[in-house]
Design a protein around this ligand. Sequence first.
Ligand code: GRF
Length: 270
Amino acid sequence: MKGGPRASGLGQRPNNLVGARPEAPGPRPVRIAVLVSGHGTNLQSILDACARGEISGRVVVVASTTTTAYALVRARQAGVPAVVLAPRSFPDRQTYDARLAEVLQVHDIDLVCLAGFLRILTPAFVEQFRGRIMNIHPALLPAFGGVGMYGPHVHEAVLASGAKISGCTVHFVDETPDGGPIILQAAVPVRDDDSVESLAARIAEQEHHLYPEAIRLFAGGRLQVVGKRTLLLDAREQRHRQRSHAPDGAGRSVAISLAEESATGLRPSQ
Ligand code: GRF
C-alpha cells in the first residue's frame, strides 16, 4: 500500500526505486479496489476501460456490503476476486473499516473507487487512504449532496428544486460526505417531462464515461490536489514532475489548457 500513487505525486514508483535505473521509470499500473453495494454499472465501466487499455491499471479486488449485489456477478465474470463485508457482522463502523482496510492492504491497493457503496467511511479510513479514495455522485456537487442524498433521493430533490441542469461528479473522498475535492463533472440538462428514472438513466450514461476518465487521469499522475481544488496537470508537466521527482505540490503553479478543460472538466451532454 505504501508508495502507491497519491493524489499529489501520482503514478510514480516508490522513491527507493526511482533512480535505481539511469532513465526515470514509467508510472506503475494502478491497482484499483472498487467498493459496491448494488448494480455495479460503474464497476463495469471501469472494468471495461481497463480491459480496453484506456487506464494504466486494473481492478484487483471488489468489496461489497451485500451478497445480493449484482456487482459481484460482474466481478466474477471479469475474473476479479470479490469479498463481501456485511455491516451487521461487525460491532461498529471502526471495526468494519479496519477490516476493509486490511483487505485492501492485502491486495496492495493504490486507488479505492466507491461506486454505489452505501456507507460513509470513518475518518480513520479516510486518513489511511487520503488522496486515494474517489467517489461518484449522481448530481453536480456541492449541490444535492451530503447525508441522505443517494440513489433516487438525489434525483427527487433535483426535480423538486426546479433545477435546469443536473449531472454527475467524481471527487476525492474526505471526512465530509460528498465534500472532497471535485475531480471531474459532467452536466446533464433536466427536461420538463423528466421522471426520477429518466433523469437517472441519462446521468448514469455520463457516469460511465466520467469515472473511467477520472481514474485514467489518476493513473497517469495527472491529478494534483491543492486545497479544495483538483488541478489537472497536462501530460508535459507530469513528465517534468516525474523527471525532477519534485516533492508533492512544492512551489508548483499549474496551468490547465482551455482545450483540456473543455475536454474533461465540464462536459455538457447531448
Ligand atoms: C450511481 O448512480 C452513483 O452515482 C452512485 O451510486 C450509483 C451506483 O450505481 N454513487 P451502480 O451500482 O454503479 O450501477
